[in-house]
Design a protein around this ligand. Structure first.
Ligand SMILES: Cc1cc2nc3c(=O)[nH]c(=O)nc-3n(C[C@H](O)[C@H](O)[C@H](O)COP(=O)(O)OP(=O)(O)OC[C@H]3O[C@@H](n4cnc5c(N)ncnc54)[C@H](O)[C@@H]3O)c2cc1C
Length: 373
């Protein structure tokens, strides 16, 4: 249904938690997969519709780093989100018999006055647990030019997001109904208080569409700021595979002398095509500090679903509580998704609240109330 033809309805009361409550999840990337898991755990009956274009989740490097290097501050809520995410991927990996989570220190190759800044920040009690006191390893690493040495981030890890998605699909396939193809808002109807799509009745429809939510007629008031990212895979014989190196770009070891090199941030070209410009930009930043011969073996792109205020966005449509959104994972989806999927599912089941700083209502200046007829 086009947004312009929507009429306005009062907000419906909260849905009572019910073991048979039915939900349609639109989009099965990181957000949709984590939410499906959380809803199933809460006893919901879940239908998923997806058109198999989760390029953000599939191309992501999957790095979880508690620090923001630009300011040397903590990443938002990392103290709470990172341990939650670590436990989530670890225990799911065990259940699914796959190695989703890879421990890896992030080594910052120091430049300028960074060493002094690290020394200073390391004295702060909120930061010190996340900074290795020994700056391990504080010396020479084959192939890396680091005249000012390294600083290490503790507790960092990376998740194989492609493997995560395929393993979650195998787990959820027998437990959910599946619709293949693109969700078309024109076909969403209201019948006896429920939303109906392709004959499937739902108490809730939850949109987890990644950056394509910009076209969603019901949440058009959310200030989406999608960001394209490009990433290369390199073959680098001789480079150590124990660390994630970082200096303007990251080099992530993924095994067999292969490394992901990333990534770019572009707001004004969201096309799925890889560009020569991004490739050159990544390689020239790499060559500043990585001195071994390499070969480019792959080049991929994706679009990060970011929001203007750089926070996730979740919760009920302020005008029709049968519709909800889970989006805005931006560049940190791996750390954010497990916690906020759980928060949303708990809320929808009547057992918890949504943190005001992530609630979608923060963007609803007037009452926006679509009616599905
Ligand atoms: C180059 C790059 C590197 C990154 N590196 C990291 C990293 O190191 N660490 C980190 O935490 N994050 C990283 N990210 C970010 C991470 O990928 C995202 O935060 C996360 O994957 C977003 O997941 P999502 O489910 O919201 O979106 P997507 O993965 O885009 O999934 C959305 C899904 O919805 C489907 N869909 C959308 N609209 C419809 C519709 N109307 N009908 C049917 N289906 C629909 C799509 O086909 C897709 O399957 C990176 C991203 C990029 C691009």
């Amino acid at each position: 249904m086009p947004a312009g033809s929507l009429n306005w309805l009062p907000v419906l009361p909260e849905m009572p938690p019910s073991p048979r409550a039915e939900c349609l999840v639109v989009g099965y990337g990181l957000a949709g997969a984590c939410l499906t898991e959380a809803l199933l755990n809460e006893g919901w009956k879940v239908t998923v519709i997806d058109d198999n274009k989760a390029f953000s989740t599939r191309v992501a490097a999957g790095i979880v780093n508690p620090l923001v290097f630009r300011y040397l501050t903590m990443s938002w809520k990392a103290e709470e989100l990172l341990p939650f995410a670590r436990n989530y991927y670890q225990s799911l990996g065990e259940k699914l018999s796959v190695n989703l989570l890879h421990e890896a220190l992030v080594l910052r190759v120091l430049a300028g006055n960074e060493a002094a800044l690290w020394d200073e920040k390391r004295k702060l009690p909120q930061l010190s647990p996340w900074m290795d006191p020994a700056d391990c390893p504080n010396g020479y690493l084959e192939g890396i030019d680091a005249p000012q040495g390294f600083a290490a981030v503790t507790n960092s890890f990376w998740v194989d997001t492609g493997l995560f998605l395929s393993s979650m699909y195998a787990r959820h396939k027998p437990e959910c109904n599946w619709l293949a193809g693109e969700f078309d808002a024109k076909n969403l109807k209201s019948e006896s208080g429920k939303l109906v799509y392709q004959g499937i009745k739902s108490d809730r429809v939850i949109f987890c569409e990644g950056h394509r939510a910009v076209s969603n007629p019901y949440f058009s008031y959310v200030p989406f700021r999608p960001v394209k990212g490009e990433l290369l895979t390199l073959h680098i014989p001789g480079l150590g595979e124990d660390f994630i190196y970082n200096k303007d770009v990251f080099i992530l070891p993924i095994g067999n002398q292969l490394f992901k090199l990333g990534s770019t941030y572009v707001w004004d070209d969201l096309s799925p095509l890889p560009t020569e410009h991004a490739r050159n930009q990544l390689l020239s930043k790499l060559e500043v500090f990585m001195k071994l011969p390499y070969k480019v073996v792959d080049h991929v792109t994706g679009v990060r679903p970011a929001i203007a205020d750089r926070r996730p966005v979740l919760g009920l449509h302020p005008g029709d509580s049968r519709m909800a959104i889970f989006n805005g994972l931006g560049a940190k989806g791996v750390m954010l998704a497990p916690f906020f999927a759980s928060q949303l599912a708990t809320f929808l089941s009547g057992k918890g609240i949504i943190s005001p700083e992530v609630d979608v209502v923060r963007f609803a200046k007037q009452s926006l109330t679509p009616q599905i007829s």
